[in-house]
Design a protein around this ligand. Sequence first.
Ligand SMILES: Nc1ncnc2c1ncn2[C@@H]1O[C@H](COP(=O)(O)OP(=O)(O)O)[C@@H](O)[C@H]1O
Ligand SMILES: [Mg+2]
Length: 229
Amino acid sequence: MNDKGKMVIQATGISRGFRQGPKRVQVLSDVSLQVPAGTSMAIVGASGAGKSTLLHILGGLDQPDEGDVLVDGQSLWKIGDSERCDLRNSRMGFIYQFHHLLPEFTALENVAMPLLIRGESTTEAARRATELLEKVGLDQRMDHKPGELSGGERQRAAVARALVGNPGCVLGDEPTGNLDERTANHVFEQLLELNTELNTSLILVTHDMALAAKMNQRFELHMGSLKPF
Ligand SMILES: Nc1ncnc2c1ncn2[C@@H]1O[C@H](COP(=O)(O)OP(=O)(O)O)[C@@H](O)[C@H]1O
Ligand SMILES: [Mg+2]
């Protein structure tokens, strides 16, 4: 199927503010973003600019005060909680600065988890998880628990877990921010390769301008607005 040109995420008129003590802080003001299938985009901005807030909203983890987010043309906030959960589970992958792998499970089990949650058979989930772990070069580490992996290996396992369900879009919040430069580059290159190979869109929040330069599009979040650069 050729879905080039199709929009995976369409966010329009997003506004979001928070009450902080007596003050109200407006974090996002009328932000719109179109995410075509298979693209990669970087979002940069100062600490506190609202990058994580925007990513949470794009991923359906937080509801905007105004505006709407469509995933595959479906409004995230005109459906029920369980439908939204299903849509998130089937169409989105998340990678954070901290790996959030479950410590008592092996790499294979951690990567298989999203598929088991959505009701795939154990055999199919294990087959697909193995495939993704091979793609990120962890085929020799499948039975290792997170505590037995290096920082880079844990993030590669997190990348495999985000992509295992063949999502339309992967959202990464500084996923290489805790790694040394060499390891960060390695994890990032793998993420970009998989994004191309699987035709998954990738939205990455990063501080690293060199990484941002390798993406298809770059945006800066500043004073509540998103501007291409
Ligand atoms: N749940 C919340 N409640 C109150 N304030 C919040 C909440 N989430 C974020 N904020 C505030 O919104 C602003 C942007 O936060 P964030 O999106 O985490 O920025 P960034 O990821 O760019 O560093 C910050 O001032 C932060 O304190
Ligand atoms: Mg943040």
